[in-house]
Design a protein around this ligand. Structure first.
Ligand code: NAD
Ligand code: DAU
Length: 349
């Protein structure tokens, strides 16, 4: 069972597992919140080894029902509220889904798996944000102490702790990976890269938070899915792994690169899109820098990114330019109101 399989990363993981492992039955359990979209899986929805189940992980009975119905053997858990800005305005949503939802899943898994003699795995997909912020130097690794700064990262940190506790206390087999910023096709346009691609297409302003000198380590989403595959099959039980792109960018440099590439692709006058850059009020509690030391997964399991940032960014932009219908569908309706409240009304938290 893959939870959150209709979201951004989850849809890439579902696609990879459904196509690479035809002998596995993949159950995609997703509540279809604003971030979940079955259109992300159109190309594989007819595969005989794929099954979608609309389920909220807050509903323990429904999760229980899935275990009984499908004899779930393993879980890759991605379902979550994932956007930092939304966690600042609605922290309880993050406590419910990310903490309570994860504990619900752990409880059902524990009940079904602990005494059946099987070899099961609860793989929890987490984030590097649980480690807090770095200064100018250094990297997050598996031994970095937790220091979450946003309600989102605090809720993910709490869920990581529960997964660890269920391994220690009940003997559940677990793996946790903490990954850096992903980008690629099907990324919901509330996050930096797809939001800015969309705004450049529409010639809308590009809202850069604070001084724009915040740094993120970007990883192409398909490389994250490949890391999840390797960890699921070969990761050491009850260990954690940090996963990253070896690819740090200051936001403003990344935004300028996006503008340049898109001016070329859209045959606009060079420099036109850069004019759209607007510095706005900073995100409260904004982490200055994330960077990952991914040497453990590289050394032990041979994983490293396969796609350069140049290739990944070009593929991503081309995907959005070729999938206008998808972009239009996800930016109509409730998105308009989110955008208005977040960016036009000088939001107070
Ligand atoms: P996303 O917001 O795109 O997708 C989340 C999915 O979870 C959606 O399909 C949504 O419908 C589903 N969902 C939300 N609440 C649910 C609930 N209560 N019950 C069932 N389903 C629910 O998120 P994403 O960016 O794909 O992230 C997936 C996971 O990876 C998250 O756990 C996130 O913390 C983690 N992660 C994300 C990144 C990143 O850069 N996006 C990096 C590292 C880790
Ligand atoms: O590091 C992994 C995390 O990366 C994941 O756990 C999260 O789920 C994912 O959302 C992402 O978090 P960030 O906060 O780093 O991503 P976001 O795309 O929201 O922002 C990236 C950077 O860009 C950050 O420094 C804030 C800035 N930003 C973002 C938006 C949406 C802007 O300057 N303007 C914006 O409008």
């Amino acid at each position: 069972m893959i939870t959150g399989g209709a979201g951004f990363i989850g849809s890439h993981v579902v696609r990879l597992f459904v196509t690479r492992y035809p002998h596995y039955r993949i159950i995609n359990a997703d509540a279809l919140t604003y971030a979940g979209n079955l259109a992300n899986l159109k190309d594989i929805e007819q595969h005989p080894n794929y099954q979608f189940e609309k389920v909220n992980i807050l509903d323990a009975k429904a999760i229980e029902g899935l275990f009984t119905k499908w004899h779930i053997t393993d879980i890759i858990h991605l379902a979550a509220e994932s956007h930092v800005d939304r966690s600042i305005s609605s922290p309880m949503d993050f406590v419910y889904t990310n903490v309570v939802g994860t504990v619900n899943l752990l409880n059902v898994a524990k009940q079904h798996w602990l005494h059946d003699g099987g070899n099961h795995l609860f793989y929890h997909v987490s984030t590097d944000e649980v480690f807090g912020a770095l200064g100018e130097t250094g990297f997050f690794s598996e031994t970095t102490p937790y220091h979450p700064n946003s309600p989102y990262s605090a809720s993910k940190a709490a869920s990581d702790h529960f997964v660890r506790a269920y391994a220690e206390t009940y003997g559940l087999n677990t793996i946790i990976s903490n990954c850096s910023n992903n980008y690629g096709p099907y990324h919901f346009p509330e996050k930096l890269i797809p939001l800015f691609i969309h705004n450049i297409i529409e010639r809308k302003s590009l809202p850069v938070y604070g001084d724009g000198l915040y740094t993120r380590d970007w990883l192409y989403v398909k490389d994250h899915a490949l890391a999840i595959d390797i960890l699921f099959h070969q990761g050491k039980i009850n260990e954690t792994y940090t996963v990253g792109g070896f690819n740090e960018w200051k936001n403003i440099d990344l935004v300028k690169l996006l503008c340049k590439l898109m001016d070329e692709k859209l045959q606009r006058v060079p420099g036109e899109s850069e004019q759209l850059i607007t510095y706005i009020k900073d995100r409260p509690g904004h982490d200055r820098r994330y960077a990952i030391d991914a040497s453990k997964i590289n050394r032990e399991l041979g994983w490293k990114p396969t796609v350069t940032f140049e290739e990944g960014l070009n593929e991503t932009i081309d995907w959005y330019l070729n999938n206008g219908e998808w972009l239009q569908q996800v930016t109509s309706g409730a998105y308009q109101q989110y955008y208005e409240t977040m960016y036009t009304k000088n939001k107070q938290y």
